[in-house]
Write a protein that binds this ligand. Structure first.
Ligand code: URA
Length: 298
């Protein structure tokens, strides 16, 4: 007897004895053999040239990934710089809940706000990065207009953001606000989020695997908001989003494309706090950006 017929007979029998509903059973996915990260991979920072955050803290991360065993990439000794970038193979299996959210056709700002709210709920329970989930006070999801034309992407929450649950509320955030005002924009009209939704302890660099773990949420936020423009603040955001190895200095003053958005990269406000002379470059970048929006700044 073929299996379809056997199942049909079984269901008929169950119905005969009064069973009309059977529970939905999730079949576990086949387990792939765990692979340990190669030594070169362990060393890899998001910015192979050294991030602004590393310069700030003067520390390099121990680069220990709790999800290394989930990586489906074989460990095969030394890898080239290009290979050290986070690729889709580093990402955990997509969450069905998140996929269902982003596959919707959004009918307007309220629908987008609802989707972001549901996504924030999923993120709040995320434990993909063991260390971050253990040390965070809360997740820092994103803030702003769910229907924004412009999205800002930063690096990761710091201590103030971790405490308040909102991105860019500390010193760097205050400077960002000044830049926004100087551009004749309003913070609340922009959607602001980060590469990571949890604070790395001691403000260390995000590790590549942490960025890979959080990428599904960043991509979901982009898919829901559907911004026309994205500004990547700093090397971590720029290199992660665009899968780039070049320094911000080489990526600024031009537009890239990510999904349907035009992407501009500039220096991180934290970098400007330590290097005020770079403010003029950011101002040039913002003038370039605003001109694209049809606004000429003096
Ligand atoms: N720096 C970031 O990159 N993001 C924040 O939210 C705060 C500081």
């Amino acid at each position: 007897m073929n299996s379809k017929r056997a199942i049909a007979q079984l269901l008929q029998h169950l119905a005969g004895v009064g069973v009309t509903h059977v529970p939905h059973v999730e079949f576990p996915k086949p387990v792939k053999p765990a692979t340990k990260p190669a030594p070169a991979e362990k060393k890899a920072a998001l910015n192979p040239g050294g991030t602004e955050r590393a310069m700030k803290s003067g520390r390099q991360s121990p680069a220990k990934s709790n999800l290394a065993s989930e990586s489906r990439r074989p460990s095969s000794g030394l890898r080239s710089v290009k290979e050290l970038q986070v690729t889709s193979a580093d990402r955990p299996d997509p969450s069905r809940e998140v996929q269902a959210l982003v596959e919707q056709k959004f009918s307007g700002p309220t629908h987008k706000a609802d989707a972001l709210c549901s996504l924030a709920g999923i993120v709040a329970n995320c434990r993909r990065c063991d260390e971050l989930a253990t040390t965070r006070k809360q997740t820092v999801f994103g803030v702003g207009d769910p229907n924004a034309r412009i999205m800002f992407i930063g690096e990761a929450p710091g201590a103030d953001e971790d405490r308040q649950g909102e991105p860019f509320v500390g010193e760097a955030g205050q400077l960002l606000n000044k830049i926004v005002t100087a551009c004749k924009l309003k913070r609340e009209d922009i959607y602001i989020c980060n590469v990571l939704r949890c604070r790395p302890p001691g403000n260390r660099n995000p590790q590549p695997q942490e960025a890979a773990n959080c990428r599904e949420f960043l991509d979901a936020q982009i898919s829901i908001v559907q911004p026309e423009y994205i500004i990547c603040w700093g090397a971590v955001a720029a290199q992660n989003l665009l899968n780039e190895t070049r320094a911000v200095g080489k990526l600024r003053r031009q537009f890239f494309t990510y999904n349907n958005a035009k992407v501009m990269c500039t220096y991180h406000p934290s970098y400007l706090l330590r290097n005020p002379s770079a403010k003029k470059e950011v101002w040039e970048d913002m003038k370039f950006f605003m001109l694209e929006l049809g606004v000429e700044l003096a």
